[in-house]
Design a protein around this ligand. Structure first.
Ligand SMILES: Cc1cc2nc3c(=O)[nH]c(=O)nc-3n(C[C@H](O)[C@H](O)[C@H](O)COP(=O)(O)O)c2cc1C
Length: 324
C-alpha cells in the first residue's frame, strides 16, 4: 500500500515538524484537515501529550505525525506518542534504535530525515519504515550536504521499495510536482508552513522570512545543540557568524540537550541579546518580546524567496497541491 493510502492523505503534502513551540496543534490539525499530513514539533513531553489530544479534537479521524529531535529525545516523548496513538513519528538528527522499536511495536510508522546515503543505510537497518531526503535548500537544522535534486535519487536507491519523502526548498506546486515526478512519495515543506496564520512563530520573525532573498548556513545558534542550520540573517548573524570563539563555546555544550528540560530553552531564548554571543536553538514565538528576533535563529529555507504571503495553512496545502 502506498504512503498516501496508508495515511489516508488526499495530497502528497507533509508539513515539517518545527520544534520548540512553532508547530502546535492548530497548525498540524489545519494541515491534516486540508488533506495533507500535519506534524507537531518537539516540545516538553507533558505538553506534547496535551497537544496530541488537542489535535485529535481539532482534526478527528485525520492522520497526525510528531517530529522528535534525537538530541532532546526522552522516553516520555515516546510514551506520549504511543498513548496518543499518533500515525507517524519523524526522527531527525541522531540515532535512537530503542525509540524506533517501541514506536513500531505500537504500530506507528517511523520516518527518519537524513541527508546522505550512509546515514540512510544506518537508520533503515535500525528499523525506520522510510526516509525523508533533506536537501541543502532546507530551513532549520541541516543533515543535508547536497541539493535535493541530487540527494533524492541517491536516497531512493538506498531505500529501494521503502517510501522516500523530499524536503528542502519546496514552496510551490511546481516544486511538489518536481519531487513527486522524481520518485518521492510526498513533499515535505517547512518554510511554507512557517508562513501561515496557524503557525506559532513570532509575527516579526514571519515578516523577516517573507520573500527573503538570502539565507545562511551557520552554526551560530548552537549553544546546547552544536549543529548546522539555515536561517535568514539578523543582527546576531551579521555580528557573530563564523566567530571561532562562539563556535568553540557551542561545541562544548552538546551534552546539554540530553539533560536540560526543553522548557528551559524558552527561558534562554527570551534572555538572548545580539551583543552577547550565547545563542541557543530556540526560535522567537508569539507572545515573546519583538526584540528577540534579532538574537534568535530565523530558521528558513531558500524557498522563502518564492513566498510572498502569510496564508491559512489549508490554503498553503491547496496551493502546494496545485488546486488554486
Ligand atoms: C522554522 C523551521 C523549524 C524546523 N524545525 C525542525 C524540527 O524541529 N525538526 C526537524 O526534523 N526539522 C525541522 N526543520 C527542518 C524541516 O524538517 C525540513 O527539513 C525543512 O523545513 C525543509 O525545507 P523548507 O524549509 O525549505 O521547506 C525546521 C525547518 C524550519 C523552517
Amino acid at each position: 500500500m502506498d504512503l498516501l493510502d496508508r495515511l489516508r492523505l488526499e495530497h502528497p503534502v507533509v508539513q515539517a515538524g518545527m520544534g520548540g513551540g512553532i508547530a502546535r496543534a492548530e497548525l498540524a490539525a489545519a494541515v491534516s484537515n486540508a488533506g495533507g499530513l500535519g506534524t507537531l514539533g518537539i516540545m516538553p513531553p507533558a505538553e506534547l501529550g496535551r497537544e496530541i489530544g488537542r489535535c485529535r479534537e481539532l482534526a478527528p479521524g485525520r492522520p497526525l505525525a510528531v517530529n522528535l529531535l534525537v538530541p532532546f529525545l526522552r522516553r516520555a516523548h515516546v510514551r506520549a506518542c504511543v498513548e496518543g496513538r499518533v500515525d507517524v513519528v519523524v526522527l531527525f538528527f541522531g540515532h535512537a534504535p530503542w525509540a524506533v522499536s517501541a514506536l513500531r511495536d505500537a504500530g506507528i510508522m517511523v520516518l527518519h530525515q537524513v541527508g546522505e546515503a550512509d546515514e540512510a543505510r544506518r537508520v533503515l537497518a535500525e528499523g525506520a519504515d522510510g526516509l525523508i531526503a533533506q536537501g541543502i535548500e532546507a530551513g532549520g537544522h541541516l543533515r543535508a550536504v547536497r541539493p535535493l535534486r541530487e540527494a533524492l535519487p541517491r536516497l531512493l536507491d538506498v531505500a529501494r521499495e521503502r517510501p522516500v519523502l523530499a524536503a528542502g526548498g519546496v514552496a510551490t506546486a511546481e516544486d511538489v510536482r518536481a519531487v513527486v515526478d522524481a520518485g518521492a512519495a510526498a513533499a515535505v515543506a517547512g518554510t511554507r508552513f512557517l508562513l501561515t496564520e496557524e503557525c506559532h512563530a513570532h509575527p516579526a520573525y514571519q515578516r523577516r522570512v517573507l520573500g527573503a532573498e538570502t539565507t545562511v548556513d551557520t552554526e551560530l545558534f548552537g549553544f546546547g545543540w552544536p549543529a548546522r542550520h539555515r536561517v535568514v540573517p539578523n543582527r546576531a548573524t551579521e555580528r557573530w557568524d563564523g566567530a571561532r570563539a562562539v563556535l568553540a563555546v557551542n561545541n562544548r555544550t552538546g551534552w546539554l540537550g540530553g539533560v536540560v528540560p526543553l522548557g528551559a530553552l524558552r527561558t534562554m531564548t527570551v534572555a538572548q541579546r545580539p551583543g552577547l554571543p550565547l545563542f541557543g536553538p530556540g526560535a522567537a514565538l508569539r507572545g515573546m518580546p519583538e526584540r528577540v528576533v534579532d538574537a534568535t535563529p530565523l530558521y528558513a529555507g531558500q524557498g522563502a524567496r518564492d513566498i510572498r504571503t502569510i496564508v491559512p495553512a489549508a490554503t498553503a496545502v491547496r496551493e502546494l497541491a496545485g488546486l488554486r
